[in-house]
Design a protein around this ligand. Structure first.
Ligand code: ATP
Ligand code: MG
Length: 871
């Protein structure tokens, strides 16, 4: 059964059980501060479990892209070493939000596996939570046990502990006991020898967990305590690649059709066959796995970078490159060539891969180039470390420095050292690494109190498109403390005019006004799990009274100018450069706008001018803002609205239109493009391979810029005696200046010639050396030229020339090369020592060196002393 069919049958099955099939959420998280990446199918439904919003459907099923490389679920180090953990994988899931519970979940899972997919009943084991006698003091899951007993023989029901049978997404939030389903795919003879039951949850590669049915019934609070959720829910997750392994009768996820095309391509590109040795097999699996994770992330809009989620992606890619480099002898970029195969095999189910494959390829290629050169540099640095090592052990801090500052992987360091007969102080490395982790953990630590709920949450309303000042009531609040921002409170209101950060636009700022006149500043607004939270430094004195919430109007207005201008800029780029231009990111605030887009070369001055003019024409055309709220997403797309990959859209969306182009957008805009006044590009640059960035300003910022330019121009005019034509005059001055320079150079040359013959006359013999020490009226370059000219054709000259041009002291020592060896003289040492007189230092080569200092008075003493060197 092909993987495509496996996926389709899962969804069809739950469709037949009245589930709504929904698309996968993006893999990169935007609205949940506790998670960087989606790590389970349930993430996108967290708001329903928490009761923030009523669920749209009571039963849902999907296939979700997950990434487990950070936080509570981190499988990175297993990947490649085993055959059934991936960084990025698909999780098939079915959900009940306060609808069916354990009975249906268990019975349907069994029906699907044994009847629809036809998996042998006798190869399946299930587990049930046994309870815990720790602080949570939980009872055994009797209900699940009874349900399983009705369909599975007792000896294949296994009691499991908290680690395996109590599922938690993070340190806080919804959780509950679970039942896992494991499958034993060992050959019959082996099954006879050792019972499958004894291998469940024992990391056996052929007795693996495929499906986890979580019975959500608790919420883990900040203090660690569990409370009952208002409703009970079902959350299940089945590993798609593992299921394919079982159904395709193979014993490794990498032998399924999900991976074999990638593995064949890696074999082709590196010339290393899969199945030859453990070491090369691991490397091939690592690469096949990681290229998926990185490609999916890029398609979702997350480029590799130096911070946050981008850094995680960069590290995954570097892990792949390094395995190739070390074990497959791949010293040239090749991972990017796998993207084509990936988009061919998975582009059907995930069209973003198809659409963006060129970008994925060029971004990965550039990363490969730069990391391979880092690796090469690292090898050189490592050689240096080795030659400075006394004994046979290289210090852990040295290895840590290579790792931390150059990204040079520690296992590679260890391997190379071993090959060269050295040992690595692993302990020292671990200590340094731990200290650094501790530092960054302490710096980013945040602690959250539980919400204090003041009134039932009946769903929050955003009214900020139409109003900036509204009467509100506080629904709940909590304290959040972080190292970075100190203690802040998060407030949630029943209704709010404040726009939460999103779609590139910053969150609104403003204030709360109480009836007594107390003012509380709102510092920021964000969306978390589909709730709009407002950040304040201090709580209002009385939290139960009604408030007036007021958005800072000037900030909002300027931000709107920049947001609308961003849309016009997008239109302009597509018109001027072509429709390959796609938005890759944006940032809009009251001061400026930043727009990242796909395009493969630097924009020319003409193109930039054309883009600017296009936008300014739209502004001059006074285009009105046309908005549609709550239209079905299908309808919006049919009208030609562009959706962005990596954004999560609901069923109903908002479209905004200025002129002919329609866009999906939740941001705030001007009523008419004329409000923007003017648009000015400030810079154009590269962000990554194939991605350009434009920064621009509008409205008041352009006015301020023009005012500043105007002022500067009048100052220039004044300096130029109020000329009417400053450009003409400046050009003339520049030409004159160039001519004068030329003349001066000629004169100086003449002078130097004269000086040379004069000085040569002053040279005297000291101990067989032609010697001269003298102060001259030349700069450093002049002295150098003079010294070399005087030295030409001579083998016995020793010169110390000094000058005090511009109040700075300079000593310059020239020694004919034969003299250097013969008399064991060193100009570098000499100027360094004489430099003391002029309070300075310097150096250079043995035959020519200079020193600068801040004490010209010392020159005489230096000139007097130098003769000593010839004694
Ligand atoms: P395991 O113990 O095998 O790591 P898990 O307990 O972490 O699994 P869950 O969090 O319950 O798994 O996830 C649900 C299902 O997702 C699992 O039953 C498994 O089939 C699949 N799964 C989990 N982690 C991975 C992974 N890293 N790669 C591929 N599939 C996975
Ligand atoms: Mg796991």
């Amino acid at each position: 059964m092909t993987s495509q069919k496996v996926r389709a049958q899962f969804l069809d099955f739950f469709k037949s059980k009245e589930h709504q099939i929904v698309p996968s959420a993006p893999m990169v998280m935007k609205e949940d501060p506790t998670l960087m990446f989606t790590n389970a199918g349930m993430n996108q439904f967290k708001e329903y479990f928490l009761g923030n919003t009523p669920p749209k459907y009571r039963r849902v099923a999907d296939s979700q892209k997950c990434l487990r490389v950070s936080g509570k679920h981190n499988d990175l180090e297993e990947v490649g070493k085993d055959t059934y953990h991936h960084t990025m994988f698909e999780m098939l899931g079915n959900w009940s939000f306060g609808d069916y519970f354990k009975k249906e979940a268990i019975e349907w899972a069994w029906e699907l596996l044994t009847q629809t997919y036809g998996i042998d009943k006798d190869s399946l084991y299930v587990s049930v939570f046994e309870g815990s006698d720790d602080a949570d003091n939980l009872k055994m899951d009797q209900e699940a046990y009874e349900l399983w007993k009705a369909i599975v023989p007792q000896e294949r029901i296994i009691m499991g502990n908290k680690k395996d049978n109590f599922w938690e997404m993070g340190d806080q939030g919804p959780c509950g006991p679970c039942s896992e389903i494991h499958v034993d795919i060992r050959p019959a003879e082996e099954k006879k020898k050792i019972s499958g039951a004894s291998l469940v949850n024992k990391d056996h590669p052929q007795v693996v967990e495929i499906w986890n049915l979580v019975f959500m019934q608790y919420n883990r609070k900040a203090n660690g305590q569990l409370e009952d959720l208002p409703n009970k829910h079902i959350d299940t997750g089945m590993g798609f690649e593992r299921l394919c392994m079982v159904l395709q009768g193979v014993t490794s996820n990498y032998d399924t059709d999900v991976f074999t095309p990638l593995i064949r391509e890696i074999e082709k590109l590196t010339g290393v066959a899969y199945g030859k040795s453990d070491e090369t097999d691991i490397a091939i699996r690592v690469i096949a796995d990681h290229v998926r994770a990185v490609s999916f992330a890029i398609a979702d809009g997350q480029l590799p970078s130096n911070t946050g989620a981008g850094y995680v992606i960069r590290r995954i890619l570097r892990r792949a490159i390094r395995y190739g480099f070390t074990f497959l002898d791949a010293k040239k970029p090749f991972v990017h060539s796998l993207v084509r195969v990936l988009s061919k095999t998975m582009g059907g189910a995930y069209p973003e891969l198809d659409k963006q494959h060129q970008l994925m390829e060029s971004v990965i290629k550039e990363e490969e180039h730069s990391f391979l050169s880092t690796l090469e540099q690292g090898l050189v640095l490592l050689d240096g470390v080795i030659s400075n090592t006394t004994g046979k052990t290289v210090g852990g801090e040295k290895a840590f420095e290579l790792y931390d500052t150059f990204g040079f992987p520690i296992d590679l360091t260890a391997l190379i050292l071993e090959e060269k007969g050295f040992l690595l102080d692993v302990q020292g490395f671990e200590t340094a690494l731990k200290a650094q982790k501790e530092r960054s953990r302490a710096a980013s630590e945040t602690s959250m109190e539980d919400w204090k709920v003041l009134q039932p949450n009946t769903g929050q309303e955003f009214v900020g498109y139409d109003q900036l000042k509204v009467k509100v009531n506080l629904v709940k609040y909590r304290k959040v403390t972080s190292k970075k921002e100190g203690g802040r409170y998060q407030l949630v209101f029943d209704v709010t005019p404040f726009y939460p950060e999103g779609g590139g636009q910053v969150g609104d700022k403003g204030h709360l006004e109480s009836t007594g006149g107390e003012l509380v500043h709102i510092l920021d607004t964000k969306k978390e799990n589909n709730e709009i939270v407002h950040f304040v430094k201090e709580l209002p004195k009385d939290v139960e009274q009604p408030f007036t919430a007021v958005v800072d109007e000037p900030l909002r207005r300027l931000t709107a100018c920049n947001h609308t201008a961003t849309h016009l800029l997008h239109q302009a780029l597509r018109a001027v450069l072509g429709t390959h231009v796609e938005q890759k990111g944006s940032a809009v605030n009251d001061k400026y706008l930043r727009f990242d887009f796909s395009h493969f070369s630097k924009l020319t001055a003409d193109e930039l001018h054309e883009v600017e003019t296009f936008v300014n024409h739209r502004i001059a055309a006074q285009l009105p803002f046309v908005e549609h709220r709550d239209i079905p997403v299908k309808e919006a797309l049919a009208q030609g609205a562009m959706a962005l990959f990596g954004e999560k859209y609901g069923d109903k969306v908002r479209t905004v239109r200025f002129g002919e182009s329609i866009e999906l957008c939740g941001g705030t805009h001007v009523r008419n493009t004329a409000d923007i006044w003017h648009f000015k590009i400030k810079s154009e640059s590269a962000v990554a391979a194939g991605i350009r960035r434009i920064e621009a300003i509008t409205s008041d910022a352009v006015k301020a810029l023009y005012q500043k330019n105007d002022q500067q121009l009048s100052q220039i005019r004044q300096v130029l005696n109020n000329t009417k034509e400053p450009v003409k005059m400046l050009t003339a001055l520049q030409e004159e200046n160039a001519q004068l320079k030329k003349q001066l150079e000629g004169l100086l040359k003449e002078k130097a010639k004269g000086l040379k013959s004069e000085l040569l006359k002053e040279v005297k013999k000291v101990n067989g050396v032609a010697f001269l020490a003298k102060k001259v009226d030349l700069d450093a370059a002049g002295i150098k030229d003079l010294s070399f000219e005087m030295g030409q054709g001579r083998e016995d000259l020793f010169l110390l020339l000094a000058s005090d041009k511009g109040g700075k002291a300079l000593l310059s020592c020239y020694i004919s090369k034969p003299l250097v060896a013969e008399k064991n003289l060193n100009a570098g040492t000499i100027v360094r020592e004489l430099g003391k007189h002029i309070q300075g230092g310097g150096g250079g080569q043995a035959f020519f060196a200079t020193a600068g200092g801040k004490n010209p008075e010392g020159i005489t003493a230096a000139l007097a002393q130098v003769e000593e060197y010839l004694d």
